[in-house]
Design a protein around this ligand. Sequence first.
Ligand code: DGL
Length: 270
Amino acid sequence: MSIELPIGVFDSGVGGLTVLHECLISLPAEDFLYLGDSGHFPYGTKTAEELRERSSAVAAELLGRGVKMLVIACNSATAAAGDEIRALGAEAGVPVVTVVGPEAEIAASISGNGRVGVLATPATVASGAYRSALDSLGRPLTVTEVSAPDLAPIIQEGPTFDEQVLDTVRGYCQPLRDAGVDTLILGCTHYPLVAPMLQRMLGRDVSLVTAGHAIAAAIQRELAGRNELARDRVEGDYRFLVTGDVDSFVDVGTRFLQLPLAGRAERVEV
Ligand code: DGL
């Protein structure tokens, strides 16, 4: 695979930009091509079958354009379609990096009391992906999963956070507080945007685990192992394909990425 090719990244919308943000900081020389499937948002309330179909189409679009690696920056897509997309990647000779596993490993290693919470979309909770990832790590853990149907849509629509949002988040925190978790996996790439709210409601002793750093490190390892890390330049390029409204993606996305998106995004049909 040519080291000149970009790294493909996708999510149902702007959430995966929290992962891209870490990648742009940790791997500045790389080019990135991000596909936001906002025309089909939300993924979190779709069935496993719908998710497999949708995510495979999006992955095929990125593979067809030429990428040296594919990153599924969406927990719902990883949980339902991770295996299918790894198989698509293998056929094309492209490694696939996903969320879920890395956050589970971090949570299992840092939890002091062995009580780990997972806040995620209904699709991710229903898949049992985090529970099995945590179970496979060989440490007895008490896992409390909370399904949050409203949270990604609230964040994706990008309203000013108001009292109603606080109440919604408070409701999701209650079972986690009752369970005494000391570690919470933010099992949806949209959720880092409400991390300050969650931290305030759960207390400072609860560690919040997000995917960004771990994914950036996994990409670095994988590319280094294949001798495909970009070289001889300081800053690469980053561009966006959007299946929904480009202007609102750019507006909301700028908050997630904390870098400019304007002039870098184009509409695509998938
Ligand atoms: N950001 C996505 C995830 O990590 C999903 C949000 C959604 O589309 O419901 O699950």
